[in-house]
Design a protein around this ligand. Structure first.
Ligand SMILES: [Zn+2]
Length: 104
């Protein structure tokens, strides 16, 4: 069970979120990794207190090379509140894996 403990240990050190996106023009899929501690920007409320976190990340697929922009918002506990992508759509990890399989 040593490997299991190692896996969990690592996940706790750097919590990250995997974002999967399908290009709105050519249908290619892209995966990107967001580090919930290093990559997010702080958002303050009127009283200068931390209201939440957000990130804007640009993505590009390797087929038509069109730039897509993902915007994600998180609460103070860094839990995902909303996510949207300009130029593409968010898909699940399963849909991403399936699309990669078919592309081979
Ligand atoms: Zn594309």
């Amino acid at each position: 069970m040593q490997w299991l403990r190692r896996l969990f240990g690592r996940a706790e050190e750097t919590p990250f979120l995997l974002l999967h996106v399908r290009c709105g023009r050519c249908g290619a899929v892209v995966q990107t990794r967001i580090n919930l501690y290093n990559d997010l920007s702080v958002e303050y409320d009127d009283r200068e207190e931390i209201a939440g976190y957000w990130i804007r990340k640009e993505l590009m697929d390797d087929r038509c090379f069109r730039l897509m922009a993902a915007e994600l918002r998180f609460d103070r506990q860094r839990r995902l509140l909303s996510q949207e992508v300009t130029g593409g759509q968010i898909i699940t990890a399963e849909e991403y894996a399936q699309a990669r399989q078919q592309a081979k």
